[in-house]
Design a binder for this molecule. Structure first.
Ligand SMILES: CC(C)(COP(=O)(O)OP(=O)(O)OC[C@H]1O[C@@H](n2cnc3c(N)ncnc32)[C@H](O)[C@@H]1OP(=O)(O)O)[C@@H](O)C(=O)NCCC(=O)NCCS
Length: 153
């Protein structure tokens, strides 16, 4: 989060050391909105996953940030799939949503790989760094998840 390239498509600004400490402190415990992503082999921290309640009841939002040294290895897709299982099976989520900018191909590829549908392409709906940018909106319902990934297994 201290890398300007990484936060290009995120609402946050570049993190300082104290921003990072605050981020960690506010993301511990039951109301955590973000989860650390750790490699099983050597317990290295390689990024974080966003997963929190959204505005509507039983609805959650998912997101992802991976250290560039560890990108392109399928880690975000794997973690996203597991968080979707957690949402639908453990939290009884009704609907999980995700958003990204159209040029963030890796991000919307993950959304499609975990079975989400594109529900909208909002034109110039976000004002960031002095310009208006587009946003893609993806979602999946629990019944769609079951049909796609769990039925017959
Ligand atoms: C988006 C991000 C989390 C992807 O992490 P990752 O671990 O590299 O993702 P994966 O390895 O699981 O790859 C996901 C898919 O994107 C594709 N992909 C990865 N990088 C890509 C790139 N630069 N351009 C196009 N496609 C790309 C992969 O090929 C894969 O698709 P495939 O299985 O069909 O081949 C990572 O690029 C990142 O941290 N970006 C900066 C933060 C950010 O923008 N987060 C999302 C905000 S909405």
């Amino acid at each position: 989060m201290s890398d300007p390239n990484i936060i290009e498509h995120l609402p946050e600004n570049v993190f300082s050391r104290s921003d990072t400490k605050k981020f960690i402190d506010t993301n511990m415990g039951e109301n955590a909105k973000n989860f650390a992503l750790i490699l099983k082999d050597d317990e290295r921290l390689i990024g974080h996953m966003v997963f929190h309640k959204w505005f509507a009841p039983d609805t959650h939002e998912i997101g992802w940030v991976i250290n560039p040294l560890f990108q392109g290895k399928g880690y975000a897709s794997e973690a996203a799939y597991r968080l979707m299982e957690y949402g639908f099976n453990s939290l009884a989520s009704h609907r999980i949503i995700a958003t990204c900018q159209p040029e963030n191909v890796a991000s919307w590829r993950i959304m499609e790989k975990i079975g989400m549908r594109k529900e909208g392409h909002f034109k110039k709906c976000i004002y960031r760094s002095g310009k208006w940018i587009d946003e893609l909106f993806y979602a999946i319902l629990s019944e769609e998840w079951i049909k796609k990934f769990e039925q017959g297994h």
